[in-house]
Each structure stands twice: as structure tokens, then as C-alpha cells.
Design a protein around this ligand. Structure first.
Ligand SMILES: Nc1ncnc2c1ncn2[C@@H]1O[C@H](COP(=O)(O)OP(=O)(O)OP(=O)(O)O)[C@@H](O)[C@H]1O
Length: 236
């Protein structure tokens, strides 16, 4: 059966995630969280360390499963999916991390291509798309560079191009500006927001930075696994 295209609508209903430390200690990383995220919107998730921000992102990205509650993306319940469906789902979303996670031995172009396993017939089209994406993130002439030859901002641009190779409708970013100086961080933020608009993607971004959060259309604040504030700002 052909998958319906994703639009990036997210809904969490009474989502709880509990981590166990040792035999008797429990941490409620998320505690009965309800949230709906509109397709095509940009949402910052912020709050103190340990509040549950990354946990929320991991559940939306199907990198982890909730203990209870429902995580629905485009009408599909992630916690009901089998492993193969989850693999397929993960391939249809983009991830950007604080530490870039580029493969050091591969060029920028090959890093962008890394998520797509392709046969020879499609290799040419995939390379053309990866080249287009490098152009889109402003690295047209750095395709042959290794990560060690790039600045932090350039490495994050490669990581963003890699996240887009599968044409995702949903981009999840965990502190994407956290390893960058403030000017470079601003450039990366602007790039993410403009891509979100031009590629029609939903962006959910964990950040500690208030300025970064303010640039998004909406800011969700978590504390001790609960949403304590949910505001729509002027961003976007
Ligand atoms: N794999 C794990 N095992 C045990 N506890 C965990 C695990 N992952 C997260 N936690 C705990 O769950 C809580 C929420 O963690 P999470 O990483 O979601 O917070 P965060 O808001 O992203 O924090 P930070 O801003 O420091 O990255 C924390 O108390 C954390 O210690």
C-alpha cells in the first residue's frame, strides 16, 4: 500500500514517558502531555535542563516509545506501528542535532547522500538532488570538502541538507544552534525557518536560547515533564 504523503501535523495525547534509574527511582520525563502542532508551523520547545524537551522530540521522531498516551503524526499512531513501519516513518522525517553527526571520512556531498540507499539507476538523480540541497543551504562550492575542512556553521548546513534529502514534511531539531557562536547560530536559525517555509515543513526545535525561540511562531515551555506555557509569538 502506498503511504499517504506527510504534511507534518502532530498530536500528542496524554503522553507519559517514565525512565527508571536503578530499581526504585523513576523520572517522569513527560507527564500526561497534550499538544497539537499545525502542519507547516515552527515550534520552539524550551525549558530548564531535564524538563523533558529531548524526550518529546524523541517520541515525535519515533526514536523512543511512550509508556502511555498517543503520538499521532498525520493521522498515524506511532506507538501502534511495527518496526518496519517505524523505519519507514523515520526515513520520512528530518533530524538536525547540536553536534552535526557528520561522517568524517565522507565529503559534504556524500554526507548529504548517506541516508539514501539507492541503486545505480537512481544514483544520478540522488546526486543531483544532494547537489541542489547543498546549493540551497549555501554550500554550492563545498561539495567535495570533508567535515574537517568546514566551519561549525558550514557543518550544520551540510547536516541540514542531509536532513532534507528525503524531502521530509517534518524537521526535528535538537539544539541546532547550541554549538555555534551567536552570529552563526542566527544564520542557521534563519536558514531553518526559511526552509521550513519554502519546503512546506513543520519545524519542531528544542532550544535553550530565548532569541531562537522568539523567532518561531510558537513557544512551548516544559518543566518537570509538563507544559507550563504555550504562546504564539510574532516569529515566522
Ligand atoms: N535514557 C534515560 N535514562 C534515564 N533517565 C533519562 C533518560 N533520558 C532522559 N532521562 C531523564 O529524563 C528527564 C528528561 O530528560 P530530557 O533529556 O528529555 O530533558 P531536556 O529538557 O532535553 O534536558 P537538557 O536541556 O538538559 O537536554 C531528565 O531527568 C533525564 O535525566
Amino acid at each position: 500500500m502506498k503511504q499517504a504523503p506527510m504534511t507534518g501535523r502532530i498530536e500528542l495525547r496524554q503522553v507519559t514517558k517514565v525512565y527508571r534509574r536503578g530499581t526504585d527511582q523513576e523520572v517522569r520525563a513527560l507527564d500526561a502531555v497534550d499538544v497539537k502542532i499545525d502542519p507547516g508551523s515552527s515550534v520552539a520547545v524550551t525549558g530548564p535542563s531535564g524538563a523533558g524537551k529531548s524526550t518529546m522530540l524523541h517520541l515525535i521522531g519515533a526514536m523512543d516509545r511512550p509508556d502511555s498516551g498517543e503520538v499521532e503524526v498525520d493521522g498515524e499512531r506511532l506507538e501502534l506501528m511495527r518496526d518496519r513501519q517505524l523505519d519507514d516513518y523515520r526515513r520520512r522525517i528530518g533530524f538536525v542535532f547540536q553536534r552535526f553527526h557528520l561522517l568524517p571520512a565522507l565529503t559534504a556531498l556524500d554526507n548529504v547522500l548517506a541516508p539514501v540507499i539507492t541503486d545505480r539507476r537512481r544514483a544520478k538523480a540522488a546526486r543531483a538532488r544532494a547537489t541542489d540541497l547543498l546549493r540551497l543551504v549555501g554550500l554550492r562550492d563545498r561539495a567535495a570538502s570533508l567535515p574537517s575542512q568546514l566551519s561549525g556553521g558550514q557543518m550544520q548546513r551540510v547536516a541540514i541538507a542531509r536532513a532534507l534529502i528525503g524531502a521530509p514534511r517534518l524537521l526535528l531539531a535538537d539544539e541546532p544552534t547550541g554549538n555555534l557562536d551567536s552570529d552563526t547560530g542566527k544564520e542557521i536559525l534563519e536558514l531553518l525557518l526559511s526552509l521550513c517555509e519554502s519546503e512546506n515543513m513543520t519545524l519542531v526545535m528544542v532550544t535553550h536560547n530565548d532569541e531562537v525561540a522568539a523567532a518561531c511562531q510558537r513557544t512551548i515551555v516544559l518543566r518537570d515533564g509538563r507544559i507550563t506555557s504555550d504562546t504564539r509569538g510574532s516569529g515566522g
